[in-house]
Design a protein around this ligand. Structure first.
Ligand code: IMP
Length: 426
């Protein structure tokens, strides 16, 4: 049975949530396996918009199990807020949501540290995190001494664990000139209440998923962020703290790679980035503002305006290879419909040389000059089109070019936020 994953191939916000919701009906289980409340996945169904940070985008289908797996860093109040928000709109998740006991917990000291370090300049600029405590939580996971996992919250020694960690964290936070004072008793009471409410959802998801693949169940893995933000293979240090490219699926879910046989790479028809870091095709000008306005490019999680630019085929070819992508889903094609001409970067100039590989050091990426190919726009509204044959020739040519540059077939095209506004390429 298929193990399929949906991976963003740019810097996140590629509209993966829409795609996961759309594909969910073909699967038994949808799995979120990395990242945390830094993600913001939007699903639009008719006149209803659902914004999810933790809960997999398959949750709107009651027949599908949704798993928050071991590689996720969980923010308990956020996930509870999502559970309550869905319940208030008639969506009961008590039967089809499970949370890993191995997932790490984002604690108040992680949020405080993320805020305290927000102004630090790294390699010339701020990372500009989502301030959700993601980096500090993953660092404590790797460091082990001061980690809290979901399973720890429902054990008898939870209070003692909090006391020990607070004793270690308070002097550290004070050294960062952070004003937060950690009250161990208060934190314990707050998080114990979260734990009590979350307990019915908590299981060993690794065991469950291994049983599922061996029983031939169909699994859909929902990547968060995008491959260019991958901690190991992205634009370090301007990245998130997890493996957000396709290489992270197995480790985060706890399912060997042999069970993942299809990878859908999701791209926007242009590029956006939130936060700091090099962005070769950025249009910090009128064109960028036009794309931002047409695409409503403001962060789901933080509301920050997204940096906008042209499609970067050099970057996407790299992340498609890195993620083992079999086919592409091109989102937000409608946004380009009002532009008389569209550019795509197909190579870079670095130190006077033309290159087609993606530089591994962000300093080199900052220095590259993009070489563009210019394509005439189609200037036709595509939002009502449902068949590939209806698309204007210019749009088809653009999709063909993307496919040729990235060396992967375009299989799905999105022409608007609603489920219906989707074209499956024959
Ligand atoms: P963090 O994940 O909050 O530590 O942020 C690190 C970098 O990743 C920042 O540039 C964020 O803007 C970016 N980032 C994190 N999550 C997302 C996302 O879901 N979409 C887009 N960018 C993200």
């Amino acid at each position: 049975m298929p193990g399929t994953c949906v991976i963003g191939l740019q810097w996140g916000d590629e509209a993966k949530g829409k795609l996961v919701d759309l594909l969910t009906g073909k699967f038994d289980i949808v799995v979120r396996y990395q990242g945390g409340a830094n993600a913001g996945h939007t699903v639009v169904v008719g006149d209803q918009t659902y914004k999810l940070h933790h809960i997999p985008s398959g949750i709107l289908n009651p027949n599908v199990s949704n798993i928050i797996a071991s590689g996720v860093v969980l923010n308990p109040p956020t996930v509870l807020e999502e559970i309550h928000g869905l319940a208030s709109r008639g969506i009961d998740v008590s039967k089809n949501l499970k949370i890993s006991d191995r997932a790490h917990v984002v604690m108040p000291w992680h949020m405080a540290e993320d805020r305290a370090l927000n102004d630090v300049i790294v390699d010339g600029e701020k990372i500009g995190t989502t301030l959700r405590g993601i980096g500090p939580c993953y660092r404590d996971k790797v460091g082990r001494n001061n980690a809290v996992r979901v399973g720890d919250m429902i054990r008898d020694d939870f209070r003692a664990r909090i006391d020990r960690i607070v004793a270690a964290k308070q002097p550290y936070l004070s050294s960062l000139a952070c004003e937060s004072t950690l009250d161990a008793g208060e934190i314990y009471r707050e998080y114990k209440a979260y734990a009590d409410e979350l307990q019915p959802f908590v299981i060993d998801t690794t065991a469950m998923l291994l049983d599922a693949v061996e029983e031939d169940k169909a699994l859909l893995y929902e990547g968060a962020q995008g491959a260019l933000l991958d901690i190991d293979h992205g634009t370090f240090p301007f990245v998130t703290s997890s493996n957000s490219s396709g290489v992270g699926v197995s480790a985060g879910a706890g399912v060997p790679g042999r069970w993942v046989n299809e990878v859908i790479g999701v791209v926007k028809s242009y590029t956006t980035r939130v936060g700091g870091g090099p962005f070769p095709t950025e249009q910090d000008n009128e064109i960028g503002q036009t794309i931002r306005d047409l695409g409503n490019e403001y962060g789901t999680t933080t509301g920050r305006p997204r940096r906008c630019g042209w499609f970067d085929a050099v970057a996407v070819r790299y992340t498609a290879r890195l993620s083992g992508v079999s086919g592409l889903s091109v989102m937000m094609l409608d946004v380009l419909s009002q532009l008389p001409e569209i550019k795509v970067c197909t190579s870079y100039e670095l130190h006077g040389e033309r290159i087609t590989h993606f530089p591994s050091h962000s300093e080199d990426l900052r220095l590259v000059k993009p070489n563009y190919e210019t394509i005439p726009g189609w200037m036709t509204d595509v939002t009502e089109m449902r068949e590939y044959s209806q698309l204007p020739d210019g749009a088809k040519r653009y999709l063909d070019q993307i496919s040729a540059w990235v060396e992967r077939p375009v299989e799905i095209v999105s022409v608007g936020p609603d489920r219906e506004q989707t074209i499956f390429v024959p």
